[in-house]
Design a protein around this ligand. Structure first.
Ligand code: ADP
Ligand code: ZN
Length: 659
């Protein structure tokens, strides 16, 4: 037995992780357009409840932004993208989560004649986006398998009649010939391919159906196409451009930095306790996501958190669909829910006010980590990405790669992904710099990550590393034995266990030589040696062997500077850099802000939509600060367009007047 003792995750089978495509829209076989769009299936169709038509064709994009969304200015590259697409150009848009990708295709869809087609891989995402658009008075609808035939037919009719500003579909549906013929009968204004990195075969979200989207160029000539993603290494970027046939596209690459997210990674000792400590250090009522690798760990952690008074819910692919839907809806709608989930959760979750994302298991790649942590703080307010990471993670991941069914090159690639992830965990430099560097973006130390806030100590690990390596060598040479971390640490620390006595390992010359370091210290040493490949973990039990660079260490030629672990600093100094959108509510405005939040919650409950569909926090803050007294005053409040002014204006003014 070789798994580190005391690791509560040691017993969890790895193959229990759910397929990542859990939430993808199901394939939609056999779908056909209605034979007669005017009277489909003979039944009176419950139409999509579309807002009244407002004509923006040919309008000034900034006026549209103001009128529809209530925003004063385009952000970053938005203006350039919108202008380029309106004039008919293709675009590849790389923008981090929360950067504002939707506006980039929605505004052109409104300004150009016809319907904007949006290809979106997730049903949940489609529903969210359509809800948000309709709330802003945009005529948006989707076609997917959750609809009754009559509902679908009504959407189709609306499209053919030119009554839709935006239409959302899943890629598998778009790849059917009947669907394409159907679309040709109407007019498309733009084609937006969201989550475009799904076309990358080597990426972590590959969806074969995306490969079929390349020929949209020939099928709909003259319709500008945009590919958008928040995940983009230079390699993925190239793949998107090639496979989606966008040779003439203009490329808009934003900085991938998410300055409002604070990154923290600490050594795992007692993950659940550490997690609770972290959550309790966050402001009360903060919504968060906790990612774990296995279903079992998800359930146990959620239960543990509930026992500690945290409003936590589980989410994984093995739960009943109705339970999943109910938990997701509570997370979206109620304040302060913590979702404990496998990676099956979160893709396409637009909730803007997730305040933290915590990982209690090591993600398999930096891409995955960045995407998952990116779900925090979409609204630009301060948020934290926290992770506990330990020796067990490294051993398990290496073993998993070893045992994976893929060919050699596949395993090498997995190994590279893991190495990059370990590099991030073990860096003594700025985490953000490390992350951005991975995405090909040079930057300076950020001042808003754990290593910047408190520079980690390093210490000279050469001698302990030599003791450990020579123990491994001796066991191998003298007795033809190999062991995992736990037993090796016992030998080095001079423990007197049954196994040591039975194997007479107390006669080894290194027995007891490492008693100066604690069990925890040794784990840290081994973890860091594994991360650098000086040690390798083998086989089912993760027995340790010497890696390539070990020779240099044994000869004393290779320095071994090690990072001193910091545990449980979560409650420490959350010095968060202020960003413009995130000025906290001023003391004097807080009561009004709370009153507005209550009002928002009641409206959201009544309408059965998430609170942020009604208004975002930034809008409530602006209301609390500016205290508008008339409908005219609402014009300058961010996030209140014409439709929302009409729908909620009076009610909001009442709350403000009363506050
Ligand atoms: P992405 O799809 O890139 O993650 P979204 O399109 O969901 O980002 O936008 C993120 C947030 O930023 C949303 O709350 C959105 O309403 C807001 N937003 C987008 N563009 C602007 C803008 N120009 N001004 C103010 N807020 C904006
Ligand atoms: Zn930093």
């Amino acid at each position: 037995m070789s798994l580190p003792a005391g690791d509560p995750y040691a017993d969890i089978p790895w193959d229990d992780a759910p397929p990542p495509d859990d939430q993808w829209a199901p394939p939609e076989d056999g779908w056909m357009p209605p034979p007669d769009a005017a009277a489909p299936y003979g039944a009176p169709a419950p139409g999509p409840s579309l807002p009244e038509h407002r004509d923006f064709v040919g309008a000034d994009p900034r006026a549209v932004l103001h009128e529809v969304y209530g925003y004063d200015e385009f952000r970053g590259t938005q203006a350039a993208i919108v202008e380029h697409v309106i004039s008919g150009g293709d675009a590849v848009v790389l923008m981090p989560t929360g950067g504002g990708k939707s506006v980039c295709y929605q505004v052109p869809a409104l300004v150009r004649p016809g319907t904007g087609l949006v290809i979106s891989p997730l049903i949940a995402l489609m529903h969210d986006q359509v809800d948000a658009l309709v709330a802003n008075g945009v005529r948006a609808a989707y076609l997917n398998s959750t609809q009754l035939p009559g509902e679908r037919a009504a959407v189709e009719r609306a499209y053919l009649a030119g009554e839709l500003d935006l239409l959302y579909v899943a890629p598998e549906r778009l790849n059917t010939e009947p669907m394409r013929r159907f679309l040709e009968k109407g007019t498309l204004s733009v084609i937006a391919i969201d989550e475009a990195h799904c076309v990358s075969q080597w990426g972590h979200d590959f969806r074969p159906d995306y490969l079929g989207l390349g020929d949209l160029a020939e099928r709909f000539p003259g319709v500008p196409r945009l590919a958008l993603t928040a995940t983009a290494t230079p390699a993925t970027h190239r793949e998107i451009t090639e496979r989606l046939q966008l040779p003439r596209a203009e490329h808009f690459v934003s900085s991938f930095d998410r300055p409002n997210i604070q990154y923290r990674i600490e050594a795992k000792t007692d993950p659940r306790r550490q997690l609770v400590g972290f959550i309790k250090s966050q402001p009360a009522g903060a919504a968060g996501i906790v990612y774990a690798l296995s279903r079992k760990s998800v359930e146990q952690t959620a239960e543990y958190l509930r026992g500690q008074g945290v409003d936590a819910l589980p989410y994984h692919a093995g739960l009943d669909a109705s339970v999943r839907a109910a938990n997701q809806s509570r997370f979206l709608r109620d304040d302060g829910v913590v979702m404990v989930a496998t990676i099956a959760f979160g893709m396409g979750i637009d909730k803007p006010d997730v305040r933290f994302v915590a990982h209690i298991d090591l993600p398999k790649s930096v891409e995955g980590y960045y995407q998952e942590t990116g779900r925090a703080g979409r609204d630009g307010d301060p948020a934290v990405a926290w992770m506990a990471y330990g020796l067990g993670d490294v051993v398990q991941q290496r073993r998993m790669i070893d045992q994976s069914p893929g060919d050699r090159s596949y395993k090498i690639r997995l190994g590279q992904h893991l190495d990059a992830m370990l590099g991030l965990c073990e860096t003594v430099g700025c985490r953000r710099q490390n992350l951005l560097d991975y995405f090909g973006e040079p930057s300076q130390p950020c001042g808003n990550c754990d290593t910047c806030l408190e520079a980690p100590d390093t210490w000279d690990g050469l001698v302990p590393a030599q003791k450990l390596l020579s123990t491994i060598v001796r066991l191998q040479r003298e007795r033809n034995q190999s062991f995992g971390a736990g037993h090796l640490i016992d030998i080095l620390r001079g423990a007197s266990t049954d196994r040591i006595r039975q194997q007479s390992h107390d006669t080894l010359s290194t027995y007891g030589l490492g008693a100066d370091l604690s069990d925890q210290d040794w784990r840290s040493v081994i973890r860091q040696l594994l991360a650098r490949g000086i040690l390798v973990a083998r086989g089912e039990y993760g027995t340790l062997a010497l890696g390539e660079p070990a020779g240099g260490v044994l000869r004393g030629e290779t320095a071994v500077p090690l990072r001193r672990d910091i545990i449980g600093r979560a409650g420490g100094t959350p010095r968060v850099r202020k960003v413009s959108a995130s000025e906290a509510v001023a003391e004097g405005d807080r009561d009004l802000f709370e009153a507005l939040r209550e009002w928002r919650a009641s409206v959201a409950r009544e309408l059965g939509v998430p609170a942020y569909i009604v208004f975002g926090d930034a809008t409530l803050r602006a209301l609390a600060e500016h205290r508008p007294a008339s409908l005219g005053d609402l014009d300058g409040i961010t996030g209140i367009g014409a439709k929302k002014r009409e729908a909620y204006g009076e009610a909001v003014l009442e709350v403000v007047a009363a506050g």
